[in-house]
Design a protein around this ligand. Structure first.
Ligand code: P6P
Length: 328
């Protein structure tokens, strides 16, 4: 994927990078900067809370459930509060779609953007100190500013995203995002309190030798998925499944590989959510030269019918996704 970005040195601060590449963002100059600044700010607070999680009473289940009936972790709720607050104060977003809230949240401002977010994906891994992540999509509102939010603003195809990204809270904390002109990665330098450019122009290798899938569900896989998993074994690929989508995705982005969450007996349409997990990673994967489908259809072309709908998810190196699809 040829990127038209201005080449900036490793170590360039995120703010400077956004300003120098603002020309690529098709809308008003400061809006994207403000949106990414809001998200980056909230992620720094969440990062600090994750790093202290073992020391203060913010680990473990909240005792409540999210929109999908999954146990909310205390940090899920905290992260949702942090991102909601930062985006509300930033003023650029008019509505927020979150895994942690049943309906979308009207942020009651004149913002021109709608954000879809999984504030803390893989949060059940927090207690065992495994990497977790935030996933976000940025859409332009369709209806006129100042009017009530409409369904057309909320249920947009992934292809309508104007930007998308994730934060990986791992051995280092990274923010990776795209505005449709390639993918760039920034590492959080905590002594400066800044994200700095560490991975310019990220491209996903055309093929790899790592496959990520929860084989504990193998008995209920379709024959196509069983066939592809057997192919991976016959090819002596490496199985790596962290149980944290952002961590598995990030490794495959850097090294090549495929992540599959297919339909299973428990989750007939797969477990992952189209609006705030799959669309963002599909946009990034395609921008990095990879591919993302539901096993047949391009993720970014799936028209959402509801906020929390799930989809089977095949994402990663283009040749590997196409090989997996060939077993259909
Ligand atoms: P399973 C975490 O709950 C998550 O949404 C992804 O981060 C992860 O890849 C997947 O679910 C793990 O699900 O059913 O394999 O435990």
């Amino acid at each position: 994927m040829e990127s038209s970005r201005i080449a900036l040195p490793i170590g360039t601060a995120l703010d400077r990078f956004i300003k120098n590449n603002q020309f690529q963002f098709q809308y008003a100059s400061g809006e994207l900067s403000q949106l990414l600044r809001d998200i980056a700010l909230a992620s720094k607070v969440v990062n600090r809370e994750i790093n202290k999680a073992g020391l203060i009473d913010i680990m473990g289940p909240m005792g409540s459930q999210n929109s999908g009936g999954e146990q909310q972790q205390k940090l899920d709720v905290l992260a949702n509060i942090r991102f909601t607050r930062a985006l509300t104060k930033g003023g650029e977003a008019c509505a927020l779609i979150s895994e942690e809230t049943e309906s979308y949240v009207d942020l009651n401002n004149e913002g021109r953007y709608v954000i879809a977010i999984d504030p803390l994906d893989g949060s059940s891994n927090i207690d065992v100190n495994v990497s977790i992540g935030t996933i976000f999509s940025i859409y332009r509102r369709v209806s006129p500013v100042g009017q009530p939010i409409q369904d057309q603003d909320i249920l947009q195809c992934g292809a309508e995203q104007v930007a998308a990204g994730y934060i990986l809270y791992g051995s280092s904390t990274m923010l990776v995002y795209t505005t449709g002109h390639g993918v760039n990665g920034f590492t959080y330098e905590s002594t400066l309190g800044e994200y700095v450019l560490s991975h310019p122009d990220m491209t996903m290798p055309e093929r790899g030798r790592t496959y990520s899938i929860n084989e504990g569900s193998a008995n209920s896989f379709s024959s196509a998925v069983k066939g592809y998993v057997q192919f991976c074994k016959d090819e002596n690929y490496t199985a790596r499944y962290i149980g944290s989508l952002v961590a598995d995705f990030h490794r495959n982005l850097l090294k090549g590989g495929i992540y599959i969450y297919p339909a299973t007996a428990k989750d007939k349409k797969g477990k992952l959510r189209l609006m705030y997990e799959c669309n963002a990673l599909a946009f990034i994967a395609e921008q990095a030269g990879g591919k993302a489908t539901d096993g047949k259809t391009r993720i970014l072309e799936i028209k959402p019918e509801s906020l929390h709908e799930r989809t089977p998810f095949y994402v990663g190196s283009k040749a590997m996704v196409e090989k997996a699809e060939s077993f259909n």
